[in-house]
Design a binder for this molecule. Sequence first.
Ligand code: F6R
Length: 248
Amino acid sequence: IHNVIFESSQEASILVAQEIANIIQRKEELNEPCVLGLATGSSPIKVYEELVRLHKEEGLSFANVVTFNLDEYYPMDRNNIQSYHHFMHEHLFNHVNIIPGNINIPDGSISNEDLQQYCIDYEMKIKAYGGLDFQLLGIGRTGHIGFNEPGSHVNSGTRSITLDHVTRTDAASSFLGIDNVPRKAITMGIGTVKNAKRIVLLGWGISKAEIIKKTIEGAVSSQVPATYLQQHSNTTFVLDTEASTELT
Ligand code: F6R
């Protein structure tokens, strides 16, 4: 893992958006789809803001972009304002020229019966595009990436998972209480993420300092799933000063 530390998450996010824009444009010149793996939550918001600005003010086109979101709560109706479906449209998709059919977000309303096959199909669809050109990640205090909670297997694929109590606690305020936070989610696996050609993980603020240290300096372990990124040769952690305070 290579890490870069910035004074402000704003400045860092602009550079990450620029890298994504460069990949989109390079793929466009080759007449190829650009396959992006995307995250939700607070960490990537400024990256999406800058991508929207690049589209509106500098002519960045999303016509060749195909996206796969990492995760979605389960069960979850896509029209619910707490859904990741809603989040992505609000922060990015409604403001750029992406083709709606190129947007892939795990469907939190799939029936329990169809869930397993749905996850296999999601995984196969990513493979059919030749894998992810770029994967954007945040990190949870449990060390989860996507919703790959402690115990996740290094080769795991897209599947349903039970959310860790810490993760549900962190989501409680946006759900107006922990009892309203879904107990499960659909998530791309560690294996899915590790197959991406390029990975950038964003970490902002003091609340991430401890898990960032464990992830970068700790032993590789399924107890801290993000440590598996140590085995990926093209991963950069983009941090602010606060999130990097515990690094030696
Ligand atoms: C969300 C996701 C999660 C978040 C993580 C950090 O799609 O994949 O792993 O990145 O929970 O969330 P924030 O950015 O809100 O601190």
